[in-house]
Ligand binder design. Structure first.
Ligand SMILES: [Zn+2]
Length: 244
């Protein structure tokens, strides 16, 4: 039995669709069949890198979306920039995980903020960013015309996503909150076009329950914090023994 949210289960999903996995940039309104793999990084760049390695070993290219306003990780630390560059080296795409929760519902405000966040990521990575996914997209932003996000690829544009409760053409799968609220991608589906949103934070080698996974995310972050303290604070060792 394959454990839920284990890397083995993830591999099974990818292998099921491998032949039709395409990149966002290759899709146009005439494309008849596609499976888009999108990774939104919410909490851990380490876990994103692990996923990027798996995708590479399975011979696929996918997209990883990074937040620049996260309270959970600093995408711009030397360590994290190195990891993001490793993801690029594995032939994947990096995009912006666009944070909009604080924005007023006005096109011009969204556009200015988008340019700002894209620029920050471009400067940090030293390369152009061509795509974005919206973090926790509110309805008002999903109903916006795609033109406001131009020239960037917006993963929620109607080429890749149908803004309906019951889509007729493009199916959407998402593992948000450790559950598949729109169905599981392994189950039979009648769609020829679909997008699978994955959060690397939810997945692990052994496959954990929601609670176990949260505990392990906290533990990983704590270890990172301890090692940063140890690195930056001369007398840290005096009070805390090194632990792994
Ligand atoms: Zn998100």
């Amino acid at each position: 039995m394959i454990k839920k949210f284990s890397y083995n289960e993830y591999r099974k999903i990818i292998l099921k669709y491998k032949k039709i996995i395409k990149d966002f940039s290759k899709i146009n309104k005439f494309t008849k069949t596609f499976c888009l793999i999108r990774h939104d990084i919410e909490f851990s760049i380490d876990r994103a890198l692990r996923m990027a390695k798996i995708d590479n070993s399975l011979g696929i290219k996918s997209s990883f979306f990074v937040q620049v306003k996260s309270d959970c990780y600093n995408a711009f630390s030397d360590e994290n920039i190195k990891k993001l560059k490793q993801i690029i080296k594995l032939k994947h795409y990096i995009g912006l995980h666009f944070y909009v929760s604080n924005l007023k519902k006005k096109d011009s405000i969204v556009q200015v903020e988008l340019k700002k966040q894209i620029k920050i990521l471009e400067l940090a990575l030293g390369r152009k960013i061509d795509r974005l996914s919206i973090h926790r997209p509110p309805k008002w932003i999903l109903s916006k015309k795609n033109s406001i996000f131009k020239p960037y690829i917006n993963t929620y544009s109607n080429l890749y996503f149908e803004f309906k409760k019951n889509p007729t053409e493009i199916k959407y799968y998402a593992d948000s909150n450790h559950r598949w609220n729109y169905g599981h991608p392994i189950d039979v589906n009648k769609f020829k076009k679909f997008q699978i949103l994955l959060h690397p934070d939810e997945w692990s080698q052994k496959g954990m329950s929601e609670k176990e996974n949260l505990i392990s995310l906290i533990k990983e972050e704590k270890l990172n914090f301890i090692s940063s303290l140890d690195k930056e604070y001369k007398t840290f060792k005096k009070y805390f023994k090194k632990r792994k």
